[in-house]
Design a protein around this ligand. Structure first.
Ligand SMILES: Nc1nc2c(c(=O)[nH]1)N[C@H]1C(S)=C(S)[C@@H](COP(=O)(O)OP(=O)(O)OC[C@H]3O[C@@H](n4cnc5c(=O)[nH]c(N)nc54)[C@H](O)[C@@H]3O)O[C@H]1N2
Ligand SMILES: Nc1nc2c(c(=O)[nH]1)N[C@H]1C(S)=C(S)[C@@H](COP(=O)(O)OP(=O)(O)OC[C@H]3O[C@@H](n4cnc5c(=O)[nH]c(N)nc54)[C@H](O)[C@@H]3O)O[C@H]1N2
Ligand SMILES: [Mo]
Length: 771
């Protein structure tokens, strides 16, 4: 599948630290590009403030005492993207057929502006045409009543509020299905599975306070400068206290190297900057389990030596004895592991891993931040477990300044799970819901994202209701998925902007334009607020401040309530109209379902800094099978069983984000931090691999997935970009490279697509097939 990047190209190493003037310039140009009037731009001052709105970009924590500008370049771009003065009016859809729009670049689709009115696909004219809200809800309700509920999928993309999400899962379950996949299934599900097994909760345990108490931080496969830049403030403060930061990442990401704080006059007026990482290890893609094993080996070895010589012990024996199970088996495994194997699989030297371990052994409290570089692998769950092993050795959980810190993606992806968006019945309080709302919820497991798409390929899905998202672009195997998506009987899209998944539509398709949470949401009972949970498990209120993009757009709670009412009719005991008129009533119900976390929800939601959710692992209470924190012995640390071991032509492709995108939303074609501009159809490759694979800078290559399942997966037109990346590893962009990712190439147990490790060959160079 070929794709164009319609843009000029230019590339130069970006010489500046992340943040700095470059960031301010980028914010200003985003506001100009979106034609945001000055009066609306002041909306940014309300971003992530206790009396304002929660940013729609990442899920990083919102401090109780915010900076004057508590936003970052990425967040400001996301806000500008929603505040845009551009509109997709009904006239726009009269002028363009869907087939014509399919030729547009993804960037141009969203860049055309906010959706303004509800639309229905009309096959006769091949256009989206206006419908009234009433007609849309009636028809959607009628269609849904005609399907087997098990053949309908309710997808949530991670942005919608706790109130909307709670209603959405209740709607799906009253309708009769647990098919509630969400973006987490492609993201931190390896965390939800791995941490749950290891510590009894599927989320991280640190809060902002821990940054002030920690002695050391790790960063595994998370690109903070681009994807959670507000966190750089806490990192910078910790660095000023002398806290070391040890990073494991195949790429030298500028945001992890150094930072100039755009909010610090000194750093802005002088060449000053803060060094972020004190050690930087360019681990091979997929080599983290091996690297973690190496560090564990160094720690256990040092402890064995200390024991022999009567020196103070290195391990936290009290923690290990009282709080954990499985230590002996793990220690034996670690002692027996071979350094040769560890070096080969991690791509790092024993000396480097020992240096990292030495630093770790000196720290009384350590935090391990991590992201998609850990979770999006075949062994993503194992990676998470290995990270816990390392933390357990020195008791680094449930004490100040320590713990695992999965840096979540979407701004409320963690919260959606907290209020019942899950396909796994054991994670939802079904008995509670049954008695609270007098219905019999379905008890069998629903489908996660990969399973839903597998079922779609088998013709077993009739309809998908999308609460945000752009699945046709974000899921694996695009070449196989698109035809299956077109065969769906119904696609319903609750969205702010037009995207590919609306154009590649089901036989019947609706686009329902919603408010962004930046906007004022007025219902019969007055102005409404909503809430979210951040990456550190704190829950915040959020109140819109900008004028709605269109009088015909509706809030997400309104749309979900109406779909439920029209679909369920008398079958539901819920007064959906009252709920949509007053979200405080929904919060009261959430508090009844989850009293431990959400008691007095309506009062507590405005606590500065948010209120913490109930997290037993923070107090060293372990809701695991054994009742203890569990060590884990891996079966093998070979990361990817799909990667041919003895094929010198095989390369391991990781798919990345740039600073000019939010997932499938492409703000611009440049990747400023990495010094790549003008186009996203690139392949980052080491000079050594370029030589051994016989390609030169700027060659255009076709890449093909190594798989023998009878499907040919190719992406053509990728431009070779020399880059500092470990040998055997290459990188391209998400979502452009998604056609290469087989649906079955996913993490064991969590089923997160292994987007960071796709085995590929280069099969064509400048149009000439390879021998
Ligand atoms: N501006 C912006 N912010 C975002 C998003 C966005 O698209 N744009 N997306 C949001 C979402 S949904 C998410 S999930 C997060 C994602 O945020 P991240 O978790 O940072 O995800 P990625 O950008 O995919 O890449 C992660 C990093 O992992 C490294 N990496 C790749 N493979 C490996 C490996 O095998 N080992 C190690 N150690 N590192 C590896 C890459 O070089 C890269 O630096 O960001 C959220 N925030
Ligand atoms: N190859 C590869 N694939 C990946 C990844 C990867 O790293 N590599 N990352 C994975 C990850 S971590 C994730 S989270 C998924 C994300 O996958 P998705 O959830 O499918 O995608 P998004 O791009 O976040 O969704 C963007 C769309 O959401 C809609 N939207 C924006 N704001 C709102 C709003 O306020 N309300 C509503 N209702 N709609 C809104 C807009 O129409 C926009 O077009 O992709 C995954 N896919
Ligand atoms: Mo994500």
């Amino acid at each position: 599948m070929a794709e164009s990047d319609n843009g000029a190209r230019k590339s130069a190493a970006y010489p500046y630290s992340s943040g700095g003037w470059g960031s301010l310039k980028a914010v200003a140009s985003a506001l100009v590009q979106e034609k945001v009037p000055l009066k609306d731009a002041t909306v940014l001052l309300k971003q992530n403030k206790p009396d304002g709105f929660a940013c729609v970009s990442c899920s990083w924590a919102k401090p109780a005492d915010p900076h004057m500008f508590e936003f970052c370049e990425s967040g400001a771009k996301a806000t500008a993207w929603d505040l845009t003065a551009k509109r997709m009016t009904p006239q726009f859809f009269e002028l363009h057929t869907v087939t014509q729009l399919e030729a547009w670049h993804d960037h141009d689709l969203e860049e055309a502006g906010r959706l303004t009115a509800p639309l229905r696909y009309d096959a006769a004219s091949d256009k989206y045409v206006c419908v009234s809200w009433e007609e849309a809800f009636e028809d959607i309700g009628r269609e849904l009543r005609g399907f087997d509920p098990k053949s309908v999928v309710f997808y949530a993309s991670g942005r919608a509020s706790l109130e909307t999400s709670y209603m959405f899962q209740l709607f799906a379950r009253m309708y009769g299905t647990n098919n509630l996949p969400d973006s987490s299934n492609m993201c931190h599900e390896s965390t939800s599975v791995g941490l749950k097994e290891a510590i009894g909760v599927g989320v991280g345990t640190i809060t902002l306070d821990d940054f002030e108490k920690t002695d050391l931080m790790f960063f595994f496969g998370q690109n903070v400068g681009t994807n959670s830049p507000r966190m750089l403030h806490q990192l910078q403060d910790a660095r000023k206290r002398g806290v070391p930061i040890i990073t494991f990442n195949p790429l030298r990401e500028p945001g992890l190297l150094q930072f100039s704080n755009p909010q610090s006059p000194v750093e802005m007026m002088t060449p000053a900057h803060t060094v972020i990482s004190t050690q930087y290890h360019q681990v091979k893609t997929g080599g983290d389990s091996a690297a973690l094993l190496g560090m564990c080996k160094a720690v256990v070895h040092a402890d064995d030596r200390a024991k022999e010589s009567g020196q103070p012990r290195i391990l936290d024996l009290e923690f290990i004895e009282q709080q954990t199970v499985g230590f002996e088996a793990f220690a034996d495994y670690v002692r027996a592991a071979s350094w040769d194997e560890i070096e080969r699989l991690s791509g790092l030297s024993r000396a480097d891993l020992e240096a990292a371990a030495d630093e770790y052994m000196r720290a009384n409290a350590a935090i391990a931040h991590y992201g998609m570089g850990i979770t999006q692998h075949r062994e993503g769950v194992q990676n998470v477990r290995m990270l816990c092993n390392l933390l357990f050795l020195r008791g680094n959980i449930g004490k100040p300044g320590a713990g695992p810190s999965p840096v979540r993606g979407h701004s409320n992806v963690q919260g959606q799970r907290t209020v019942g968006i899950t396909e796994k019945p054991e994670l939802a309080p079904l008995d509670k819901l049954a008695s609270q709302f007098h219905f019999e919820p379905p008890r069998e497991k629903g489908m996660n994202t990969v399973e839903a798409f597998q079922a779609m390929l088998e013709g077993k899905v009739n309809a998908v209701i999308n609460l945000g998202g752009n699945l046709v672009r974000s899921v694996p195997d695009r070449g196989r998925i698109e035809p299956a998506w077109r065969d769906l009987k119904l696609t319903v899209n609750v969205a702010t902007k037009l995207n590919r998944s609306h154009l590649v539509h089901g036989k019947k398709s609706y686009i329902l334009p919603c408010l962004s949470r930046i906007e004022i949401d007025t219902q019969e009972s007055g102005a409404q607020a909503v809430s979210m949970e951040d990456s550190t498990g704190c829950i915040h209120g959020s109140r819109g401040v900008a004028e709605p993009a269109s009088p015909d757009a509706r809030s997400e709670p309104y749309i979900v309530a109406q779909m439920a009412k029209y679909t369920l009719g008398d079958r539901s005991t819920v007064d959906w109209d009252r709920w949509r008129n007053d979200y405080a009533l929904v919060r009261d119900e959430i508090a009844k379902t989850y009293p431990e976390t959400f008691h007095d929800f309506n009062e507590r939601m405005w606590t500065p800094g948010g209120f913490p959710r109930d997290l037993p692992a923070r107090e060293r209470k372990w809701k695991t099978k054994s009742g203890k924190a569990e060590f884990f012995v891996p079966e093998s640390i070979v990361e990817d069983p799909d990667m041919p071991e003895r094929d010198p032509q095989a390369l391991r492709l990781m798919t990345l984000r740039s600073d000019s995108q939010f997932n499938t939303t492409i703000y611009g074609l440049d990747d400023r931090f990495r010094g790549i501009s003008g186009g996203r159809m690139v392949l980052l490759m080491s000079e050594a691999d370029m030589q051994s694979h016989g390609v030169k800078k700027d060659d255009r290559v076709t890449v093909q997935t190594i798989a023998d399942d009878g499907f040919e997966r190719r992406v053509a037109g990728l431009r070779i970009q020399p880059y500092d990346i470990p040998v055997g590893c290459i990188a391209g962009y998400y979502p452009e490279c998604n056609p290469l990712l087989p649906l079955w190439h996913h993490a064991k147990d969590s089923k997160v697509p292994a987007a960071k490790s796709i085995p590929v060959h280069i099969v064509e160079v400048n149009g000439t097939p390879r021998a």
